[in-house]
Structures are given as structure tokens and as C-alpha cells.
Design a binder for this molecule. Structure first.
Ligand SMILES: *[C@@H]1O[C@H](CO)[C@@H](O)[C@H](O)[C@H]1NC(C)=O
Ligand SMILES: *[C@@H]1O[C@H](CO)[C@@H](O)[C@H](O)[C@H]1NC(C)=O
Length: 490
């Protein structure tokens, strides 16, 4: 072999070798079964952990197309590729109308990777189509949902044969304080949603409405009644009679049934929509790989808890270890001179210019935790009685570094991380993997679906729509279910 043929031979071998090892996986490759506002899948090009080759972003290309059901127009699909800067990509796409013959093409240097194109006869529905499947158990299985979650089992175990008529009376008597609490009583009957809300500040019911409407468009929900707390604080203290109230934040001293926060639920339902902060975009928006990040701890936030002021003190004494500022004064306005001036907001994505991120409670759990875990940094989490639906699955020193409630060991923890960079990096990787395994839109939707199914089994009273309830209609979106009209066209 001449030198030239040898070079060409090797180039070909390497190229095909690499192409063979590119894998694509994720719920977005089952668009017929898993309907989401934005579907997503992953492409992994790397043979080892965190190989970053900037050129890859040019070599990997995605094309998604299909036919629309009205005549021979193409269906409208918007595709977005996020570079995770570790040799892997996230691909998100949004389907705007019903698609037939969808095809997902993944190219490496202009050639299909193995198994590409992925093709689907259809119909592929956009999220807004009101085309519920009949069988919830089958839907849960196809959607890739687990059968049960420990947190759900734990939260619901005290309830059996619940008579909702009695429960509602008790809840109204004890918890209806218009000045301080706001909640909604929902009834789901024959897959339609109705509610009655109580309290001064009920605007947040749009979040609970949206997830219930979302589910009812996908699958026929069991009849049920439930009460959803619209405030941050859990309500049912352990020294009082347990009544079932669903809350976004749980705590060690309350009975509230915890559900994913309105924040992560909205980022799930608005993915690629008006919300920019979600677990997928965090991963595509970091600027640096671990080794290039600054080895200090960063934090920004408002003054909603005394420890947050203490954090400023600690940071001022150790500017070489921290970059911390308050962005707003509301709870401790009188301390503004001492702890200010308030700093301008920085983009959440810039948190990940640093290796370590601090998570301190606000009024309750800080709802930024899912996004911090996803950012590829090492999260330092303050001990707290408050928790979100997934906290019990997290382990200290595996997914995050624990910090005492009074922050007395915070500085020590940063010094530890600096000395043990390899261990800190492993914790950071574990955190990101956790976010990808448990906190993506598919998982947040599953958690709600399993929670509502399990709850419906606990109710023994007959579910009826109450006279004064407001119906919550599905959005008006033209969409024929079952692809019937498509076959007629043929
Ligand atoms: C990509 O695959 C390799 C080999 O299986 C694995 O070591 C690596 O962790 C994967 N990367 C990502 C980001 O999943
Ligand atoms: C703290 O972080 C901000 C945002 O990244 C940066 O602009 C500022 O210069 C940093 N301050 C210090 C003292 O490092």
C-alpha cells in the first residue's frame, strides 16, 4: 500500500468505526406512543465519558419530516439540537399538526447512523390533540412509567376508603382561611375537569389545570376528587388529623401529599415554548466542561431566609472560595445597607461557569434544585425539612454534598471539593444522570399520572360534579383522532 491509500484506508476505517458507535435513544424515538409538548431524544457519540470534540456539532445532523393529513403538505416540525459538550447531544422537536409517515433521520458526516432513519406510519399527534387512549394501564406502560414510586406509597398509605364528602367539609372548616391559604377542589368525572377554588390568590391554579388537562388529552383518567394547595407551604401538620391535600412542597412535619412543583411541571408542559429554563436546555447551554470551570461556589437569590444573609457573610470572608450575592431585598429590607447592594440578575446558565452550586431553602425548598442537578456541577445542598417529590431518591455524597442547616460546614465543604476534584466531578456526573433519569418531562408526567391513579383507588365515595363548580375545557384545537380521515383519503 502506498502512503496515500493507507491514509484513505485508515480514514475510512475510523470513520465507519465511529459511526457504528453512535447511538440514539429516548422517548422522542417513540413519538407514536409518547406524546409530549416537545419530544426529545439523545445522541451519544462518545466511547468514553466526556470526550468533547467541538467539530462533532457540525458532523451530526438531524432531519425530521412527515406528511400532513391535509392533502400532500408536509407536517410542520421544529427541531432543536443541544450540544451537551461531552460528546453527546439532546434533540428536541415539536410537532405542530398531526403527522403521518414521520421519519427521523440522524446523519454523521452526511451518512445515516445505524438504525436511522427511524420511521413511523402514524398518526403522530401534537400535544394539543384531544385524543385520549382508553386504557390507562396500557398507556402508563407504553409511556415508560414505573408502576409505583416510594414517595407516593408513603404519602398515600394513611388513606383508605376515603369519603370525599366528609374530607372536603373537614378541609374547608380547618384550612379555608382566605387571607393565608389558597387551594382548589378538583373533580375529574368522565374525563372532564371541574373545580372550585378558595382563597385570595388562586392564579396558580393554571398550573394544576394544565397538567390535568394534559393528562386527560392523552388517556381517559379515572373519576376522582382531589384538593390541590396553591401555596408553597405544606398545610397539614402532623399533630392534626390527616386530611389529603396535594402540595408542591412536602415537609417532615406535615402529611401533605407531594406532587412535582408548579415550576418543573410548567417547564415540562412549556418545553420549547415560552419557558426557557428546563432540564434539557440547561444541559445545552453550559459554556464549559468541568475542567474549565472556576473552582468556587456560586449562589444568587433573594433574601427569603436568614441563612441566605449568613451565606453573604461567609462569602465576604472567603472571596477566593465563593461568588455570592443577593439579587433582591424583601424579607429583610432593613438589612439592605449591610448585605447589599443588590446584584443584577445573571443568567441561570452562568451558574455553571463555576464548579460548585449552592442550594439553600427559600421560604420552602428552593425549586431550582432540578436545574442545578442537571447543570453538570457539584451541588451543595443545605439540610432541610422541606422536600420536593424526588428528594428522597437523592443520596448525600452520591448526588450532592450535604451542608448543615446553619451553614457552619459550608467553607469546609468547598475546601474538600477543591482537594478532591475527581470525587467532586463524579458527584456532578451522578447529579446530571439523576436529572436525566428522573426529572425529564417524561418522568414528571409519569409521576403525576401514577399519583392520580393511585389516589383514585383510595376514594370510596361516588364522584360527582358539584353544582357550583367551574368546568375547565380543553383548548380549542382542530384535530381528528385515530387517523380515520387519512385512510379515507387514500
Ligand atoms: C456515551 O456512551 C459511553 C459508552 O457507552 C458512556 O461511557 C458515556 O457515559 C455516554 N455518555 C453520555 C453522556 O451518556
Ligand atoms: C461573580 O460572578 C459574576 C457573574 O459570573 C461576575 O460578573 C463577577 O465578576 C464575579 N465576581 C467575582 C468577585 O469573582
Amino acid at each position: 500500500m502506498t502512503n496515500l491509500t493507507l491514509t484513505i484506508f485508515l480514514l475510512c476505517v475510523c470513520r465507519s468505526f465511529q459511526k457504528e458507535f453512535i447511538t440514539a435513544y429516548g422517548p422522542g424515538l417513540e413519538p407514536d406512543k409518547i406524546v409530549m409538548p416537545a419530544r426529545y431524544f439523545f445522541i451519544n457519540c462518545s466511547l468514553s465519558d466526556s470526550t468533547y470534540i467541538p467539530q462533532l456539532a457540525n458532523d451530526v445532523a438531524i432531519e425530521i419530516n412527515g406528511k400532513s393529513t391535509d392533502k400532500n403538505n408536509n407536517c410542520r416540525v421544529w427541531v432543536n439540537k443541544l450540544d451537551r459538550k461531552d460528546g453527546s447531544f439532546i434533540v428536541r422537536y415539536k410537532v405542530y399538526n398531526k403527522c403521518m409517515d414521520l421519519s427521523i433521520n440522524i446523519f454523521y458526516k452526511g451518512k445515516h447512523i445505524k438504525k436511522s432513519p427511524f420511521t413511523y406510519k402514524g398518526p403522530i399527534y401534537p400535544d394539543q390533540c384531544d385524543c385520549p387512549q382508553k386504557d390507562l394501564h396500557r398507556w402508563l406502560q407504553e409511556y415508560g412509567c414505573p408502576k409505583i414510586y416510594d414517595q407516593i406509597e408513603n404519602d398515600l398509605q394513611i388513606y383508605q376508603n376515603v369519603d370525599m364528602n366528609t374530607v372536603i367539609k373537614k378541609i374547608l372548616k380547618k384550612y379555608h382561611k382566605p387571607e393565608s391559604t389558597s387551594f382548589c377542589h378538583y373533580v375529574i368525572k368522565d374525563n372532564t375537569i371541574h373545580r372550585n377554588c378558595y382563597g385570595r390568590h388562586v392564579g396558580f391554579n393554571m398550573f394544576s389545570d394544565n397538567i390535568l388537562l394534559f393528562l386527560a388529552r392523552k388517556v381517559i383518567m379515572p373519576d376522582m376528587e382531589l384538593v390541590i394547595n396553591l401555596g408553597d407551604w405544606p398545610l397539614v401538620h402532623k399533630n392534626s388529623e390527616p386530611v389529603p391535600i396535594f402540595s408542591w412542597c412536602g415537609s417532615d412535619d406535615t402529611f401533605d401529599i407531594v406532587m412535582p412543583t408548579y415550576d418543573i411541571t410548567e417547564s415540562t408542559l412549556e418545553n420549547m415554548g415560552r419557558v426557557t429554563l428546563d432540564i434539557l436546555s440547561v444541559q445545552g447551554s453550559v459554556s464549559y466542561a468541568w475542567k474549565d470551570r472556576e473552582n468556587r461556589a456560586i449562589w444568587r437569590g433573594r433574601d427569603s431566609r436568614l441563612e441566605r444573609l449568613k451565606l453573604v457573610d461567609i462569602s465576604r470572608m472567603n472571596p477566593d472560595l465563593f461568588n455570592v450575592s443577593l439579587t433582591n431585598f424583601f424579607f429583610f429590607r432593613d438589612k439592605e445597607a449591610e448585605y447589599g447592594p443588590k446584584a443584577p440578575h445573571i443568567s441561570f446558565f452562568n451558574f455553571f461557569d463555576y464548579k460548585y452550586q449552592i442550594n439553600i431553602d427559600g421560604t420552602v425548598a428552593a425549586y431550582r434544585m432540578p436545574y442545578l442537578l442537571a447543570g453538570g456541577g457539584m451541588v451543595m445542598k443545605q439540610d432541610s425539612p422541606y422536600y420536593e417529590h424526588f428528594y428522597k431518591q437523592l443520596n448525600a455524597w452520591e448526588h450532592y454534598v450535604p451542608v448543615s442547616r446553619d451553614l457552619s460546614d459550608l467553607k469546609e465543604r468547598v475546601l474538600w471539593a477543591r482537594k478532591n476534584d475527581d470525587k467532586a466531578k463524579i458527584i456532578a456526573n451522578n447529579a446530571r444522570n439523576f436529572a436525566n433519569n428522573y426529572l425529564l418531562p417524561q418522568h414528571i408526567i409519569c409521576y403525576h399520572a401514577v399519583l392520580f391513579l393511585e389516589w383514585s383507588k383510595k376514594i370510596k365515595s361516588t364522584v360527582t360534579i358539584k353544582e357550583d363548580m367551574t368546568p375547565i375545557p380543553q383548548p380549542d384545537f382542530p384535530c381528528e383522532c385515530n387517523g380515520k380521515e387519512y385512510h379515507e383519503e387514500l
